[in-house]
Write a protein that binds this ligand. Structure first.
Ligand code: CA
Length: 238
């Protein structure tokens, strides 16, 4: 079940005041290869989260000293791009949306299984820690700048062909490139790009893939980089 993952060895901060939950999560995450710093209140959690070496923060919302919402606001106000997954007992849609809008990368409602948390941690890290620049079969993808440069295609003026990607197209491409050579289902793309709760249809994914092909393929009608894996989904072959 546990796939080896490049994120193993990364440092996580777990901010959780319930000792039994903190112990169970720390134990499981360490067995998955992560290094875990546990903090039992919001103030110490914020201090730990502001350390630049932290890849991801798992943040309970009901905390002593400083609540999780304020911790999240302080993290983002300081300009930190660290990934944050919020934990809460409140399941209402309004809370979920407001916390995602407030800068959380994902959201988990108690009670949840440790398997579920590990899957979410991996999905968020895949989104946030992939390389910013990837070269593949004649194209250079810049995930920060959202561009694809065709290294061998020039116009009459001798300028390279450069295509601008939308944020969604860049997200889908990042998901497929991270799994380079492997078939990726639409459900995996949805989970990686929009998050599990999103109401996104397969048609939306297919529409964005079609646009992506127009930008990265020499001949979008006969794709060679972003191929369809019939019955599974899509595969990046570059
Ligand atoms: Ca709590």
């Amino acid at each position: 079940m546990s796939e080896p993952h490049a994120a193993a060895g990364l440092r996580l901060v777990l901010v959780e005041d319930e000792p039994a939950i903190a112990l169970a999560l720390t134990d499981r995450l360490e067995r998955e290869g992560f290094r875990v710093t546990h903090c039992a209140d919001g103030e110490s959690g914020l201090r730990a989260a502001q350390d630049g070496s932290v890849a991801l923060v798992i943040l309970d919302l009901m905390l002593p000293k400083m609540n999780g919402t304020d911790v999240l606001q302080a993290i983002r106000a300081g300009g930190s791009p660290v990934a944050v997954i919020c934990l809460t007992a409140k399941a209402s849609e309004r809370d979920r949306v407001s916390h995602l809008a407030g800068g959380a990368d994902d959201y988990l409602t108690k009670p949840f299984s440790t398997d579920e948390l590990v899957a979410r941690v991996r999905a968020v890290l895949r989104r946030t820690s992939a390389p910013s620049r990837v070269e593949a079969a004649g194209i250079v993808i810049d995930f920060d700048g959202h561009t694809v440069t065709h290294a061998a295609t020039q116009n009459v003026a001798g300028e390279l062909r450069i295509e601008k990607l939308s944020a969604l197209e860049a997200g889908i491409l990042r998901c497929l490139v991270t799994r380079r050579g492997k078939a990726t289902s639409r459900a995996q793309i949805l989970d990686a790009v929009w998050g599990r709760y999103a109401a996104v249809t397969d048609r939306t994914i297919d529409f964005n893939v079609k646009n992506l092909r127009r930008k990265i393929e020499i001949d979008p009608e006969s794709p060679r980089l972003l191929v369809t894996d019939h019955g599974v989904g899509y595969r990046f072959t570059g």
